[in-house]
Design a protein around this ligand. Structure first.
Ligand SMILES: [Zn+2]
Length: 269
């Protein structure tokens, strides 16, 4: 009886071990399949959303990645890293594309301005929801909504990528661009009008082609390479100058709002 009990006990032991191994394998596969469906996994495909340029309107959603919402509360107080940048001259003179040029481009590439809530379901062009990512940070928007036509979203991502690469290559790092205004809709215009009566008439922001990037504030993700705001602004201006010279965008240097007002241009324009 003693021997049998011992063998039975070993059999039971082996069975338990096998069940445990199977359970672990099942749990791991379950976790992996869950991870693939997680926001981080789907966010990756955001940049590669293919939208036929002639397609009719739709609002394309994008998953939110909380990882890119996180950042330090402020810029490091003492800047010890100096970044070199090309001196392109007086920014107010270099980036002085008129509102007329911005509007012409916006009319060619963008949606028809939304005048009522009903219109947002009948857009001429698709809109992409823009959310904080590796290339840029979307500020808390009080007078606009985070939507752009695909061409403008790609331009914004390109500006952010070139900014990150340039800062990194020159000894900096850990900074992202801060987007402060995107698409203005009837609701956001109403809110803005209460504050500034002149700011909203005929704005390219109503077409989903235009966004503002701050030059007085940058998002700091790490404090190991503290840089001066003026140097970061210089690098951003250099990047924008390059893209503008390639005919990719119109840029206006806004002194009051401390931002670059940028409108995507149609390809081949
Ligand atoms: Zn603007």
């Amino acid at each position: 009886m003693k021997g049998l009990t011992y063998q039975e006990a070993r059999r039971v032991g082996r069975m338990s071990a096998t069940i445990a191994v199977v359970a672990v394998v099942v749990a791991i596969s379950w976790c992996l399949s869950g991870y693939a469906d997680s926001p981080a996994g789907t966010t990756k495909s955001l940049a590669s959303i293919a939208v036929p340029s002639g397609s009719s309107g739709a609002i394309l959603g994008a998953s939110k990645s909380m990882a890119y919402e996180a950042h330090l509360d402020s810029m490091p107080p003492v800047a010890t890293v100096r970044l070199k940048f090309e001196n392109i001259g007086n920014l107010g003179k270099v980036f002085n594309d008129s509102n007329y040029m911005h509007i012409c481009s916006a009319e060619a590439v963008g949606i028809s301005p939304i005048t009522s809530l009903k219109d947002s379901w009948q857009l001429r062009r698709p809109l992409v929801k823009v959310e904080s990512c590796r290339e840029y940070f979307i500020d808390e928007l009080t007078h606009s909504e985070p939507y752009l036509v695909p061409e403008a979203q790609l331009l914004l991502a390109e500006i952010g990528r070139q900014f990150n690469d340039t800062v990194q290559a020159r000894g900096g790092g850990g900074y992202r661009l801060k987007v402060t205004s995107v698409l203005r809709t009837p609701d956001s215009i109403k809110r803005l009008r209460r504050r500034n009566r002149n700011a909203v008439e005929m704005s390219a922001h109503q077409y989903g082609t235009t966004f503002d990037i701050s030059y007085s504030n940058f998002i700091c993700d790490r404090d190991d390479t503290p840089c001066r705001i003026d140097d970061l602004k210089g690098v951003l201006a250099e990047v924008l100058n390059g893209l503008r010279n390639q005919g990719r965008c119109y840029v206006k240097y806004e002194r009051k709002q401390s931002c670059f007002h940028i409108t995507v241009r149609p390809y081949n324009a």
